[in-house]
Design a protein around this ligand. Sequence first.
Ligand code: ATP
Ligand code: MG
Length: 168
Amino acid sequence: RWVPVSRLMRTVEGDALTLSQGRHELRFRTEGEAMIAGAEAELLSALGNLVTNAVRYTQEGGCIDVRWTVRPDGSGEFSVKDTGIGIAKEHLPRLTERFYRVDGSRSRETGGTGLGLSIVKHVVQRHGGELDIHSEPGKGSEFRIIFPALRVQRVEPVASSSVPLSAS
Ligand code: ATP
Ligand code: MG
């Protein structure tokens, strides 16, 4: 089953707008229309968890940037980047473990269970992809999901000259 990236992005954008309630600057960009081989509900939950985290762990007025890019080698990546609180290096190796949360007291007031990233990791693995995390405390985080070229099918924009204007 091929899932159009544009449809994933639209759904996730709607969710982000609802979650943020205007408290963040949100940017969504699709660079290279494409389809991904996989399960739509799973892909949505992976992306949704990353975006939910970005909203949850970014202070008011911060910026959240969600982007899809097709790379020159045909692979594709989603990037969810925020200017939020960031994550200290020592936490990164355990971040995708089930129930792992960074700081008990701080996390408690934001009320999650610590399952989101374990789901993301699971979904990414099932789709033959990779999860890449970069973060700096006080500066922000970037989570990238990379899909191999075999899982990505580019959708070329329809050239206007190939569209018949009238039957003749
Ligand atoms: P849940 O997703 O189950 O509601 P959660 O958000 O706490 O709860 P995860 O999504 O697995 O759980 O994230 C684990 C921890 O990683 C979080 O508790 C938080 O400390 C840290 N974290 C995740 N995403 C970010 C982010 N974008 N910025 C800063 N910290 C993050
Ligand atoms: Mg979460």
